[in-house]
Design a protein around this ligand. Structure first.
Ligand SMILES: Cc1ncc(COP(=O)(O)O)c(C=O)c1O
Length: 344
């Protein structure tokens, strides 16, 4: 039965779990399952944390007509806060580095958030510091949501994501794999799974270098670990390079029809490595957002466009720029290199 929602906040959680049958082939008999988190109301896993943070703040009267929600985020959490501010009627101020993508800024603006830009060269750390300073200066005006230390972040996954995964796998889950950003997804889900399913293995995924293109993930060894991070919950941490994660994004799209973001490529790749090593089991990973947010990244460059135009009568732009051939050529698929996956 299609869902009927009393307001968009009710459209958060309850995301589908999908089996990746092609990508599980040849890995030792394990089942590979992916939780499609862009099906949340504003398009990412961060809706869960943002809603939990907002609900806790509303319950404690920390936000309201006079007091805005303030946080540092250039990513999905900002979009979630901004969407919830519009739905539930509170002000949202976001601090972000000036070099955040234009698409991101436009989305936040469209939702009506107030934006404060910090020096691009000083990165996210400066934005976080600025949000802290603003909240300290004007405590009556701002509630500092601070997703890195707010326990409502991981609780969203303890009470939501983990419960859903246990139900969707009928308790069969053997391995849980998630990327680490604020670490809320991993910490909340792993904490619950460990309490309810003896022997479940919980694996965190991080970029293999401080300079990476895996939006949403943090190279934990080189940053201050978030206050909510609990290393005891991780059986292991897998490092993934941007290039191989991007290759997996294309495989997900071309072999499973799933257009996901880069952090999803990283977690699917890491899960496959573990499957190859650990063999049969029920492996669940989280796909935080959709690839539609990253279409201007080099990964999605139309490197085959010219070839498609030259060879396919159905390719966009062909009809206008090319003479109609006497006998219609067979449409050809663009030749493509098979993306390389890092060996285990
Ligand atoms: C695209 C993406 N992937 C992964 C994550 C990591 O999730 P968490 O912050 O719960 O660790 C985030 C967090 O913002 C994200 O935006």
């Amino acid at each position: 039965m299609p869902r009927v929602l009393d307001g968009l906040a009710a459209g958060i959680g309850g995301t589908p779990l999908v089996r990746l049958r092609r990508l599980e082939e040849g890995l030792g008999g394990g089942e590979l399952w992916a939780k499609l988190e862009w099906q949340n109301a504003s398009g990412s896993v961060k809706d869960r944390a943002a809603l939990s943070i907002v609900r806790a703040a509303l319950a404690a009267s920390r936000i309201g007509p006079e007091r805005r929600l303030l946080d540092a985020t250039s990513g999905n959490t900002g979009i979630s806060y901004a969407m919830l501010g519009a739905v539930l009627g509170f002000g949202v101020t976001l601090v972000l580095p000036a070099n955040a993508s234009i698409e991101r800024k436009k989305v936040l603006y469209a939702y009506g958030a107030e934006l404060v830009f910090t020096d691009a060269l000083e990165g996210m750390e400066r934005a976080i510091e600025t949000a802290r300073e603003m909240a300290a200066r004007e405590p009556g005006r701002y509630f500092h949501a601070d997703q890195y230390s707010n326990p409502a972040n991981w609780r969203a996954h303890f009470n939501g994501t983990a419960v859903e995964i246990l139900a969707q796998t009928h308790g069969r889950i053997t391995h849980f794999v998630a990327g680490l950003g604020t670490t809320g997804t991993f910490v909340g889900t792993a904490r619950r799974l460990r309490g309810e399913k003896a022997g479940v293995r919980c694996i965190g995924v991080i970029p293999d270098s401080p300079y990476h293109g895996l939006e949403g993930l943090k190279h934990l060894p080189s940053v201050h670990p978030p206050a909510i991070w609990d290393p005891q919950l991780a059986d292991e941490i897998v490092e993934v390079s941007t290039e191989v994660a991007q290759a997996m994004v294309l495989r997900l799209a071309r072999e499973e029809g799933i257009l996901a973001g880069m952090s999803a490529g990283a977690t699917v790749l890491a899960t496959r490595r573990i499957m190859r090593r650990d063999g049969p089991g029920v492996y669940v990973t989280v796909l935080p957002d959709s690839g539609l947010k990253y279409l201007s990244e080099p990964l999605f460059a139309l490197d085959h466009e010219l070839e498609v135009r030259a060879e396919s009568p159905e390719a966009p732009g062909c009809a206008a720029s090319q003479p109609t051939p006497r006998s219609a050529p067979q449409p050809t698929r663009p030749r493509r290199k098979r993306p390389r996956e890092e060996s285990p």
